[in-house]
Write a protein that binds this ligand. Structure first.
Ligand code: NAP
Length: 340
């Protein structure tokens, strides 16, 4: 059997570049590689296994002969071009939110519901980044203790917004330092381009747009996507998503309420066996998961395990994951591995 012909749509983006690295690092059996982006990037070269590959402009005809197409160029591009890829015979793994809640499209975290991936009709969706990272710790606990609901706050890195947001945080931080400003004079005159407010030295309680309920779209994904991935229709999640001036890795503080009694020790025993997850939880030595340490790593990490003092059968914990990897590129490549 010939090796898969893999296409990456959005190959030049923050996630696309990581997809390329994941394919290489995990020795995915790539027969042929097609790198696609906008006309702006056509002609750029990206390295894969030591060889330069030309980036081409995405068109409806880009998918001839492609067997697996990893999409990461935004929901609009996925809606417009994924059907062309499927018509050409490819299986699409889509990183956008375009198809996640479509009943015909499996939404997959391989450590949780790998079997769902095989029931696809051409498209498989990759979950929201914070949801995937939260579920890496929540699902193993759910299997033993039965989760009812969670209250969560996210601390989301700027690379979750893409390459332009990374540049914006870097530029604002450099501008503040270059002007040798005092600590209490951190508000810059230059207006932000990507976020509605300055992100450097700030915390923005808005990720994505607001819904009539007052929650943002991002905040509702944990409940909606969590129900689908865990096959748990009654799961409830009240989430506040916050963008913080961190370059890479999302952190999430979760208070979860379970059907069965839970202790920190019992939770730790479960989480220590969970795939793709490290337990880093030694408060006496100030050891807990940190965005800077988890950045660039495939595993998510959980710590600060404690019995929640405000919930019955509750556990509070802190989970951190590299959202470019487990929240995007790595999860997509893991899904592609299920298709081999
Ligand atoms: P990004 O850094 O802004 O990259 C966007 C990519 O899409 C670039 O390769 C860009 O190509 C390409 N693109 C834009 N317009 C295009 C067009 N008209 N035709 C073809 N390609 C086009 O964004 P990102 O952070 O990688 O995110 C990409 C997708 O992944 C989004 O749907 C996002 O919601 C999702 N996602 C991101 C993360 C994350 O942590 N960043 C996590 C989960 C999901 P050019 O370079 O030519 O402009």
């Amino acid at each position: 059997m010939s090796l898969p012909h893999v296409a990456i749509v959005g190959a030049t983006g923050a996630v696309g570049i990581e997809m390329l690295r994941c394919l290489e690092r995990r020795q995915f059996p790539v027969g042929q590689l097609t790198l696609l982006a906008s006309a702006r990037s056509a002609g750029k070269k990206l390295l894969f296994r030591g060889q330069e590959h030309l980036v081409q402009e995405l068109t409806p005809a880009s998918f001839a002969g492609v067997t697996i197409a990893l999409f990461s160029a935004g929901g609009g591009i996925s809606r417009d071009f994924a059907p062309h890829a499927v018509a050409a015979g490819a299986v699409v793994v889509d990183n956008s939110s375009a198809f996640r809640m479509d009943d015909r499209v499996p939404l997959v975290v391989p450590e949780i519901n790998a079997a769902d991936a095989l029931r696809h009709s051409g498209i498989i969706a990759n979950p929201n980044c914070s949801t995937a990272i939260a579920l890496m710790a929540l699902y193993p606990l759910h299997q033993v203790f039965g989760v009812k609901r969670v209250f969560a706050s996210t601390y989301q890195a700027v690379s979750g917004t893409g390459a332009q947001a990374i540049a914006e945080l870097a530029a604002q931080t450099r501008a503040w330092a270059a002007e040798a400003r005092a600590w209490d004079d951190a508000k810059l005159a230059t207006p932000p381009q990507v976020y509605p407010h300055q992100i450097a030295f700030n915390a923005l309680p808005q990720v994505d747009s607001f819904l009539p309920s007052g929650y943002t779209k991002e905040e509702m994904k944990m409940e909606q996507e969590g129900r689908k991935i865990m096959h748990h229709a009654a799961f409830k999640a009240s989430v506040t998503c916050v963008r913080v001036p961190v370059f890479r890795s999302h952190s999430i503080a979760i208070s979860a309420e379970f059907e069965k009694p839970i202790t920190a020790a019992a939770a730790r025993a479960v989480l220590e066996q969970a795939p793709g997850l490290d337990v880093i939880d030694d408060p006496a030595r100030q050891q807990y998961p940190l965005a800077l340490d988890v950045a660039g790593r495939d595993h998510c990490a959980v710590g600060r395990l404690r019995q929640d003092c405000a919930l019955d059968n509750g556990l509070a914990f802190w989970v951190v994951g590299d959202q470019l990897l487990k929240g995007a590129a790595l999860n997509a490549v893991q899904i592609a591995e299920l298709l081999l």
